[in-house]
Design a protein around this ligand. Sequence first.
Ligand code: RB5
Length: 150
Amino acid sequence: MKVAIGCDHGGINLKPTLIEYLKNNGIEFIDFGCNSTKSCDYNDYAEKVCESVVKGECEKGILICGTGIGMSIVANKIKGIRCAHCQDVFSAKATREHNDTNVLAFGERVIGAGLMLEIVNAFLTTPFSNGERHIRRVEKIKELENKNFK
Ligand code: RB5
C-alpha cells in the first residue's frame, strides 16, 4: 500500500512520528508537505494528498492540521474522497469498516503521538466490512457527489 501524507504548520510536529511509523512498517508513502512551521493554508496540502488518492497514485491519505477539521472539510469537497476526521481508535476502525473511507484527518493540537499511531494503525489495517448495508450507503454517498441542487 502507498499512502499520501500532508500537513500544514499546525500539524508539522506530528509528521516525523507518522513517517517513522510508515517506514518501520514498510509502508510506502509520498510526503506532500508542508515542511516548515511557517504559516500556510491547510487547503493546499489537503488538495495535493486527495488528488494523489483520487488519481490512484496512493491508496489512502493522511492529513494533519491543528484540529484536523479544516483538512477534513477540504478533503470531503473532492469527488472520490471520503475523509474521516478521527481522534479516537474506535472511530478509525469503525469508519474503515462502515464508510470505506480513504483519507484520515486529525489534529496535532488535540491528540498526542501515541494515540495518533494507534489511530493510524487502525485506519490502515482495518478492511471495509463489505456488508450489504454499508455498500448501499457508500454508493449513496457517491450518488450525492453527482447531484446538482440548483
Ligand atoms: C492553523 O492555525 C489552523 O487553523 C489549522 O491547522 C487547522 O486547525 C484548521 O482547521
